[in-house]
Ligand binder design. Structure first.
Ligand code: EPU
Length: 417
């Protein structure tokens, strides 16, 4: 296992390049299963979760060739099983359920368990597929699904689930007739998936809005024109790093049109953003102001940016209140931040953060992906040295974060524990 050793209180400067989005890449990789023909995907981030998805596809018999671009050929799939050993390391493996069922008429996908941030059921995925005509049982910890031909229907989601919307969209792409998803999730990653599917010949309208219509087709065709959007959460994380350390950095390829809520909260906290050119923004700021945040589904403030803002606000000039409404256990970073001198009280789903003058380095432990990023932010701004253990969580979703930070002048080292 690797850990980071970070010597804090050094300013960052220079340019950072934002990678392709993890949460856009994972469903698009899974969507290759719908297609008998090969596809080529550009701007795929080299991340642990992407490699896990590739392994899952390969175990099913797909051929994957990942150099600059990722070529996936799912013409000869031998197995429609997603085993527990892989699903337990990455819940997003559930994304193969819809495509497998739609193309191969059956699927056997390990039921994802809870994870560090919450219970995270998949009941809405299952109910929707049942409404489309699938027979689904849970046996031996596996979701066993079969359907001779999925049928398009109206599906109302009780909650706008992101991967649920993606699973239904993928299943509906090859279903008979028209599927309408109501109260669909509107995240930009869903728009990216719809674009990818449409480039393969699917008929999807309305992605990014709360009603999505999918007219099923018989087959998809090859495409070499699919590209993963830039990662809005990675871009937001670097914005927090700049403001937390009182630094000015240039961020290239930030998907600013998908970042309104994060931008507004960053500005409210005294950050500054200037457009440098079409691809680059300059961000800086100091004297962080206290702000209130409530996480919500897109276009609300993303839960995936909550931990990073909490970390940054530990040094604001007053009291901030951050409310988490998406996941029931997403404050595990708080206990670790307190070990570094933060003054945070948890009350139900709210964190009450009283700004302190300084944080001090300490040994801390990463508990999940975004919690890890929040500890890196705290470590960069703290006095002294911080050791962050279990950074395998971080490697799941940030491409070479230590290398990118070193290039910005941070004193960060990756060592074996
Ligand atoms: N929910 C249900 N039933 C379901 C599905 C969801 O009750 O069948 C609940 C969840 O428990 C949660 C809420 O609905 O309370 C929203 O969960 P959602 O299904 O939208 O989350 P997800 O699809 O499992 C994706 C991202 C997460 C991100 C959330 C929210 C991917 C691969 N994962 O998860 O990303 O936090 O949407 O935006 O896209 C991360 O990148 O760190 C991460 C956790």
């Amino acid at each position: 296992m690797d850990k980071f050793i970070i010597e804090g209180s050094h300013k960052l400067k220079g340019t950072v390049y934002i990678s392709g989005s993890k949460n856009a890449a994972l469903p698009i990789l899974a969507s290759a299963l719908l297609n008998e023909k090969p596809i080529v995907i550009k701007n795929v981030p080299k991340l642990k979760d992407v490699f896990t998805t590739i392994k899952l596809l390969q175990e099913m018999g797909c051929k994957c060739n990942f150099t600059d671009n990722l070529k996936i050929d799912c013409s000869s799939v031998k197995s429609t099983k997603a085993p527990y050993e892989l699903v337990k390391t990455m819940r997003a493996s559930i994304l193969v359920l819809g495509p497998l069922l739609a193309r191969f008429k059956h699927a056997c996908v390990s039921m994802p368990g809870g994870c560090a941030i919450g219970v995270r059921p998949v009941n809405l995925h299952i109910e929707a597929l049942k409404n489309m005509g699938a027979q689904i049982t849970i046996e031996d910890g596996y979701i066993k699904a079969q359907a001779d031909k999925l049928k398009g229907t109206d599906i109302y989601l009780d909650l706008p689930t992101v991967t649920g919307t993606e699973n239904i969209m993928m299943a509906a792409a090859l279903a008979k007739g028209c599927t309408t998803i109501k109260n669909a999730a509107k995240e930009p990653e869903i728009v990216n998936l719809a674009e990818a599917l449409n480039k393969m010949g699917a008929h999807i309208e309305g992605a990014g809005e709360s009603i999505i219509k999918i007219e099923g087709v018989d087959h998809l065709h090859e495409s070499s024109d699919i590209s993963i959007m830039s990662d809005r959460i990675e871009a937001g994380t670097f914005m927090c790093m700049a403001l937390a350390t009182g630094s000015s950095i240039d961020i290239k390829h930030a998907p600013t049109c998908a970042m309104d809520a994060v931008r507004d909260k960053f500005l409210e906290a005294n950050g500054v953003i200037k457009k440098v050119d079409d691809k680059t923004i300059k961000v800086w700021g100091e004297n962080i102001k206290p702000i209130n945040i409530k996480t919500m589904a897109y276009p609300g403030f993303p839960t995936d940016m909550q931990a990073q803002f909490v970390s940054m606000l530990t040094r604001a000039s007053g009291v901030s209140i951050v409310e988490e409404t998406i996941f029931e256990n997403r404050f595990q970073h708080v206990a670790e931040l307190k070990r570094m001198g933060a003054d945070i009280t948890l009350s139900g789903n709210k964190a009450i953060i009283k700004g302190v003058d300084k944080l001090t380095g300490a040994p801390v432990m990463a508990t999940d992906l975004r919690a890890s990023a929040s500890l890196v932010i705290a470590a960069l701004s703290a006095y002294g040295t911080t050791n962050i253990s279990r950074i395998y969580h971080l490697d799941r979703g940030y491409e070479q974060l230590d290398v990118k930070l070193s290039n910005l002048g941070a004193k960060i080292r990756r060592v074996k524990e």
